[in-house]
Structure formats: C-alpha cells, structure tokens
Design a protein around this ligand. Structure first.
Ligand SMILES: NC(=O)c1ccc[n+]([C@@H]2O[C@H](COP(=O)([O-])OP(=O)(O)OC[C@H]3O[C@@H](n4cnc5c(N)ncnc54)[C@H](OP(=O)(O)O)[C@@H]3O)[C@@H](O)[C@H]2O)c1
Length: 391
C-alpha cells in the first residue's frame, strides 16, 4: 500500500503555487505510473478547477486513486475537513519549521483563540496574547475569532507560530503615554527647580498665551486619557511591551521640548498678538470637538465587547460630516489641533511635533483606508485617507 503525499510536502507554503501546474509526478511514479491513467484525468481536471489560485499548493487526489491510499489522512489532504469531526492541529515554528505541538481531536468549530489556549497548556511561556498563528509562515496572523473548520485546511491543520514578545495592555500603554506629557508639561509650566535657573523657581509667566497654552495642552491630554478609559472600544487587548519605550520617548520627549520653550522666562509671544492667539484657539477648539465627535461615532459602530468593524458614515453631528471626504477624520482633526497649538504658541518644537504627528498619522490613515477598500466592496469612492481630495 502506498501513501501518495505527506503532510510536509503538501503544505510547503514557501513554494509558489501553480493553480494549474504540473501533476505531482512523484505521486504517480509511486504507483508505478509515468502519467495519470486516462480515467483519472477528468477527475484531476475537476480537482484543479476547484482550487482557487490564492490557496497554498495541495494535492487533490482524484476519487479514482483514493483506493490506493493506506492513510486516509494522506488521501484527503487538501480536501476540506469533514464537518463535525474532530481535527488534528500541528503547530510549527514559523522560522525554523520545528514542530512545537500536536493537538489531537480538536473540535472543528474551535476558534483560533481556543487553539491558542490549548497551545499555552504545553508552552506556558507563550500566553495567548503573545502568540501569532498563521496559515503561511510569512502570512498574516489569523484572527482570534477565526473558526478552524472555516479555514482552508485539511484534516490535519498546519499552523505556523510566531512569538510576538512580551505584551502589555493597550489601556496601560495609553495611560502611560498620555499621563507622561500632561505631568511633564506642568513641571515646566510651574518652573520647578533645576530647569530655568534658581531665580525663576516657581515663578509665573507674564504672557497670557503661556497660560492659555498650558490649559490647551492639559485639556488635550486629559481628554485623551478619559477617551481611553471611557470612549474607545479597542479590538486588540495588548501590544508589544517594547513599543511603550518607543512611544513614550516620542510623547514625553516632545512634551518636554515644547514645554521648555513655551514656558521659558525669555519666551516671545506670537507676532500678531491677541488676534493670532484667538484664531489659533478657535482652530484648536473646533478640532478638539471634531476629534471627540469622531471618536464617539467610531465607538457607536462597535457594540460593547465586540470587535465589529463597519464603514463609518456621517451622523447628525456636523463634525462627523468629514467622513464624507476622508477615512480617518479623527487624525485630520488631531493634526488640526496641533496646527492650532503651533500658531498659538509660535514655537518651532510644536511645529515639528505637528509635522511628525502628521507624517505618522498619514501612514496609519493610508493603511486604514486600504483596509476599508479591501474589506468593503461598497466603500465610498470619494474618500481620501486623511486630507480631503489630496492625501
Ligand atoms: N498626536 C499623535 O501623534 C497621535 C497619533 C496617533 C493617535 N493620536 C490620537 O489618538 C486617537 C486614537 O488613535 P487610534 O490610532 O487608536 O485611532 P483609530 O484607529 O481611528 O481608533 C479609534 C477607536 O475606534 C475604533 N475603530 C476605528 N475604526 C473602526 C471601525 N471601522 N469600526 C469600529 N471601530 C473602529 C478603534 O478600534 P481598533 O482597536 O479596532 O482600532 C479604536 O478603538 C486619534 O484619533 C488621535 O486623536 C494622536
């Protein structure tokens, strides 16, 4: 008795797939045949037509040959797993392809989250949040809610594991990132000792704009902290711990740099005085209201406790009408707020912070815009990622 194909060969994702490629010659040779017998050809043709080109290479054995196989596992590789029957799941290291775990009798309706929990039992150092399981070693991570029997796998599902590194909860990340700038800015505002020289300790600026800037800056970060706690409904529970160092350096560093100049005893107020400050304040307030309105609209798209993603549309709130033109109006408003703050304070580090923030948010907005286009066929065509009609 002959086994035609083994699971290692049939699931080599590194090889480019040929949707109508050559027959598995070795398989026919193993049967002592140089080519498929005539009766097998129609079946082969049928089998190939059924394989979408996006799927990884597999062997679909024609029905006529199944009697030659000893191992039913081999003969059905590539066929969808029989509905309702327990499946086997093997987990390989995505880098080394070393087999890390073999799970027997997994329920076909098990989710990836449940498989992660089973994997954790044998490898407690990799708790579920730090696991990424994929169908392809270099492919995208499967979602926790993906169901085994709906994946394009055979009776033995091969999943590839990547360690995402130590994780930390999003809420902790945001609280740390946002509480830092709030606190740091106030140190400079109150001119605590060892910043500007002894004679300025705990003195106060004589310029109104400096006090206004402190109010705006603090308001912005308090708003973000409250939104993190009470508004956003994040779909990911955690993020890699190493990101927090990078993000905190960015937020805390810029806050210190901006605050140092704005609260400096030798700070020069804006060129056009009160008029410039009033205009800037109006931009800042409008953009803050806009940003908050978009966050509320995004929150309302997702029922509590779910991870649903929908196309956001304008609501009755006029601030959300920007959704007609851009995919991420919250970023547009965020950038607008910082431009307002830069005009108000006329301070170079603030302008640089706005520019860096704009660059980063444009990259994210483009990614989110692409995802919307990919996910929703009826996505409004007029929208741009972040700047109406431009970008
Ligand atoms: N100054 C800066 O450098 C800077 C940089 C970045 C962010 N920010 C500020 O921080 C805010 C939040 O940033 P973010 O990157 O987390 O914004 P975001 O990706 O737009 O997400 C905001 C919230 O809405 C959810 N959401 C987004 N699109 C959704 C959809 N189609 N359906 C359902 N829910 C959806 C998100 O959930 P998910 O968890 O699923 O994404 C998240 O909880 C920004 O709006 C901005 O004000 C500032």
């Amino acid at each position: 008795m002959i086994c035609l194909w083994d699971s290692q060969n049939s699931w080599d994702f590194s090889k480019p797939r040929e949707p109508c490629g050559p027959e598995p010659a070795e398989a026919w040779a193993a049967l002592g045949l140089s080519r498929p017998p005539p009766e097998a050809r129609p079946a082969l043709h049928w089998a190939r037509r059924e394989v979408p080109p996006c799927l990884p290479p597999r062997v679909f054995l024609p029905p006529v040959l199944s009697r030659h196989c000893v191992h039913s596992k081999a003969s059905v590789l590539g066929d969808p797993a029989p509905r309702g029957r327990p499946q086997e799941v093997e987990i390989l290291d995505a880098k080394t392809r070393e087999k890390l775990c073999f799970l027997d009798k997994v329920e076909p309706h098990a989710t990836i989250a449940e498989i992660k929990n089973l994997f954790t039992k044998t490898h407690p150092q990799w708790y579920p949040a730090r696991q990424s399981l994929r169908l392809d070693p270099k492919g995208k991570s499967l979602k926790d809610e993906d169901v085994l029997q709906k994946l394009p796998v055979g009776t033995t599902a091969t999943l590839y594991f990547r360690d995402l590194g130590a994780q930390i909860s999003w809420v902790t990340v945001f609280l740390t990132e946002y509480a830092g700038p709030l606190f740091i800015y106030l140190l400079f505002y109150f001119r605590v000792p060892f910043i500007y020289g002894h004679k300025y300790d705990f003195t106060s600026s004589r310029h109104t704009v400096v006090h206004l800037a402190c109010i705006c800056h603090s308001f912005h970060y308090i708003k973000r902290l409250l939104e993190t706690l009470f508004v956003h409904r994040f779909s990911h529970g955690t993020m890699p711990l190493r990101n927090i160092f990078k993000n905190c350096t960015y937020y805390w560093g810029f806050a210190a740099w901006m605050a140092y100049y704005i609260n400096h005893p030798l700070y020069t107020p804006p060129t056009y005085g009160a008029q410039q400050v009033k205009l800037a304040l109006a931009i800042f307030v409008i953009c803050q209201l806009g940003n908050f309105s978009i966050h509320m609209a995004l929150r309302d798209l997702r029922p509590a406790g779910s991870k649903t993603r929908k196309i956001p549309y304008p609501t009755k709130n006029p601030f959300t009408w920007l959704f007609l033109l851009v995919s991420c109006p919250n970023y547009t408003y965020e950038v607008g707020s910082w431009i307002g703050f830069a005009i108000m304070t006329q301070c170079l580090p603030v302008a640089l912070f706005s520019l860096v923030g704009f660059t980063q948010m444009t990259i994210w907005a483009k990614g989110k815009h692409r995802s919307y286009l990919k996910e929703f066929r009826d996505y409004p065509p007029l929208r741009m990622p972040i700047i109406p009609f431009l970008l």
